[in-house]
Write a new protein. Structure first.
Length: 370
């Protein structure tokens, strides 16, 4: 090389995390006078396509938080909040669909093939024409069943459709433990262990679980516990106030609470949209429990309205006149919202029916007040 050698300054990273060769992330400055750095990530989870979208989003957000604020407690709070969201069933399934490349015929044995391949093989068994090309990405989710745990990852990997189009209550749900312990935390750990942070420790020691909202809880399937003591002692949570109890409503909610009490206990949107005439039309001599029944019916009606709005939007999109929307586009966020509301609506119908049976209000019309 002729002397002197001239080098061009490409960019400056400040701050940055260097994981290994070709894997790093940092705030990048490319020219003088650049006021704010730009997040630049190479080879780390947040830019890899084979992961699950939730991991990509979280790694990206964590890096931004870290570089922008340098505040680890903000990162921690964010991570724990996301984990709680997943555990309490509030996360969108869409973010947890993993699409991995499958090469059928190249695995040593059927049982040792990776989850995506397991799913592809099951699909192939149902329909011989349903065979992925070599290297095609096959989408799957990892599920578990609250009442009958699935032991192995092999059985837990399912087509997203199996999770999404379940009839009659959620028998399967996203396997939060798998996603958190095998996907999210390891990805974060690879970055944060470099600066001496133990993200698994955050989760182990500081994770606080919030109770699922009544509409997102799996129905308590007593038949599963038949013949065991659990059949009798398994407790539930009141669907109105979350207190522990043995029935769908706690004693106090089943009693003669004033309606105003329920309004304080139900979700914000329910509170906001309760008709003003509601209290006024409530007869002074209402039956004990009638307010609870009414509160549940209002909750249901609200869900129906929101579900209906989504169904209409899909009907317009499909250009169909049928309320049975046939679209199964896994890429559309509306699909997930529509299915979720549909499921919550089923749950709400069930709550309402159980409550009215319990209060022996069945047959009596509470709708007169609505
Ligand atoms: S789910 Fe999305 S793509 Fe499908 S009909 Fe509804 S809005 Fe259209
Ligand atoms: Zn209660
Ligand atoms: Zn109560």
């Amino acid at each position: 090389n002729p002397q002197p050698m001239e080098l061009e300054l490409e960019k400056v990273y400040l701050p940055c995390l260097l994981v290994t060769k070709k894997r790093y992330a940092g705030y990048m400055y490319e020219h003088e006078g650049q006021a704010e750095g730009e997040l630049d990530v190479k080879g780390v989870e947040s830019v890899r396509r084979d992961g699950c979208p939730a991991v990509v989003k979280m790694v990206d957000k964590c890096l931004r938080l870290l570089f922008a604020t340098g505040d680890l407690s903000a990162v921690k709070a964010y991570v724990l909040r996301q984990c709680d969201k997943l555990q309490s069933g509030r996360a969108s399934v869409q973010d947890f669909i993993i699409a991995s490349e499958v090469r059928l015929g190249t695995y040593a044995s059927e049982s040792s093939a990776p989850p995506a391949a397991q799913v592809a093989m099951r699909r192939h068994k149902c329909d011989v024409r349903d065979t992925p090309d070599l290297g095609e990405r096959v989408p799957f989710v990892v599920v578990h069943s609250p009442n009958a745990p699935l032991a192995r990852l092999k059985e837990s990997a399912r087509r997203p459709e199996e999770l999404l189009f379940q009839n009659g209550g959620a028998k399967l749900e996203l396997n939060a433990g798998y996603y958190i312990l095998k996907r999210i935390l390891p990805a974060l750990d690879r970055l944060f262990s470099l600066i001496g942070v133990d993200v698994f420790g955050w989760y182990r020691l500081e994770m606080r679980r919030t109770l699922r909202t009544a509409l997102d809880r799996a129905p308590t399937d007593r038949s599963y516990f038949k013949g065991t003591m659990l059949q009798y002692c398994k407790s539930e949570h009141c669907v109105l106030c979350d207190a522990q109890c043995k029935e769908v409503l706690c004693d106090s909610c089943a009693g003669t609470h004033a309606l105003a009490d329920f309004r304080a206990k139900t979700p914000a949107d329910f509170r906001a949209k309760t008709p003003a005439h509601f209290r006024a039309t409530m007869p002074a001599d209402f039956a004990p429990g009638a307010p609870a029944a009414l509160a549940l019916r209002l909750r249901l009606r609200l869900l129906e309205q929101r579900h209906d709005a989504l169904v209409r939007a899909c009907m317009r999109c499909e250009g169909s006149h049928s309320r049975d929307v046939s679209c199964v586009s896994l890429d559309c966020p509306a699909l997930y919202a529509r299915l979720k509301l549909g499921r919550q609506q089923q749950t709400a119908i069930e709550h309402s029916a159980r409550a009215e049976r319990m209060l022996s209000l069945a047959g009596q019309s509470t709708s007169a007040f609505m």
